[in-house]
Design a protein around this ligand. Structure first.
Ligand code: SAH
Length: 358
């Protein structure tokens, strides 16, 4: 039996860990399963409300443990319905999650790390630098706290995308521990095909992910059409170059229902030419893939700008003419600085909103 936690928050523990906890208190293993379902399926927060457990076990649990979600410190509602949640973590760090409702579904944009080490030139999280990995409980806590705040029914259509702060493949063990509970029908009950991990392209971790029994969908942040250009925008490209990344993508075992998503942030005058679009089409030839074009969300701290709409449409048309399904993703929550890639800077300021106008 792995070491069993003696006290503290139960959020983030998997089924086996909760079963081990039950056994360590002289209880049968299935009591751990009851705890698991209570925490993740019924979403009970009060340990004394676990009336299916014996009175004695409940008393021990209440004296040593809690179930606590990360604290929502502030929330910012956009005109378009998106809500940016700023969480305060136990160690004083903060993290952000964005809720984006649509007519028949909702999408949550989740963070995997506080800050990020990767230093992509156009990204606001990069300005924060690397702070730390999130725990499985902090990842699950984002989903539990926001679904509770929004009163979302379990079993409602929810998409989860790891496109908030951080690089999920640099925190893969914790991300996968959380995904296992998220995707479990007896846990949080979000189908795997509605969960997406987005990465800059950490090749060895993509290969690890390929052999995972419980793996979500994969999105790759392409953002450039040539090696030099990509290295200038995303320094990680020097370590894991575009050509090798695409080889890893070609070797990635897609399930029958699955395709790869390539994200491409459009930066005016930088990576948005017709020649770029043609090169992207060449790079992706033969892959079962779609492309999401994201016109850049600018802010005062960085010099990049989005191209005009005609340029975005022309770029899309070149890819579509080459039979690559290509979509334009207009970011939600721009008025509250919750749009793609904008998270974290605002959150780390005192009032939670940028001081200068965007
Ligand atoms: N580290 C992961 C996930 C976080 S970023 C990754 O890079 O994929 C999620 C997406 O937002 C990436 O495609 C990234 O290129 C994009 N992005 C970052 N900053 C942006 C900005 N200011 N405007 C638009 N998209 C941005």
């Amino acid at each position: 039996m792995a070491s069993v936690i003696q006290s503290g928050n139960l959020l983030g523990l998997g089924r086996t860990e909760l079963e081990d906890l039950a056994v360590s208190h002289g209880q049968p293993r299935y009591r751990g399963g009851q705890l698991y379902r209570g925490i993740y399926a019924r979403r009970v927060l009060d340990l004394s409300a676990f009336t299916d457990l014996s009175r004695e076990f409940r008393a021990v649990l209440c004296s040593r443990h809690q179930i606590t979600y990360p604290e929502i410190a502030r929330e910012f509602a956009s005109r378009d319905g998106a809500v940016r949640y700023l969480f305060r973590l136990d160690d004083g760090n903060s993290l952000e999650t964005v809720y984006m409702p649509e007519a028949d579904r909702a999408t949550l944009c989740l963070s995997s790390q506080v800050g990020c080490a990767l230093d992509c030139r156009f990204c606001f999280t990069a300005l924060v630098g690397a702070r730390r990995n999130l725990t499985a409980g902090e990842i699950l806590g984002q989903v539990l706290a926001v679904t509770a705040a929004q009163n979302l029914p379990r079993g409602g259509r929810l998409n989860l995308v790891f496109m908030g702060m951080g690089e999920p493949l640099l925190n893969l063990p914790k991300v996968l521990a959380a995904v296992k509970i998220l995707a479990d029908a007896k846990g949080m009950g979000v189908p795997l095909r509605r969960i997406t991990i987005s990465t800059v392209g950490i090749i060895p971790r993509i290969q690890d992910l390929a052999s995972e029994p419980t793996r979500p969908k994969l999105a790759i942040s392409l953002n450039a059409s040539e090696e030099e250009q990509r290295s200038a925008l995303m320094p990680i490209n020097r370590k894991y170059p575009l050509t090798e990344l695409l080889q890893a993508c070609r070797a990635y075992p897609l399930r029958p229902w699955e395709h790869l998503t390539f994200e491409y942030v459009l930066l005016e005058g930088c990576n948005d030419s017709d020649a770029d679009a043609r090169r992207v089409a060449d790079l992706l030839r033969g892959l079962r893939a779609k492309v999401n074009l994201i016109p850049y969300n600018s802010g005062p701290e960085l010099p990049y700008r989005p191209p005009p709409l005609e340029r975005v449409l022309a770029f899309q048309q070149i890819l579509r003419d080459r039979r690559i399904p290509t979509f334009i993703r207009i970011s939600r929550g721009q008025d509250i600085h919750a749009a793609c890639g904008q998270l974290s800077l605002a959150g780390l300021r005192q009032d939670g909103l940028p001081t200068s106008p965007a």
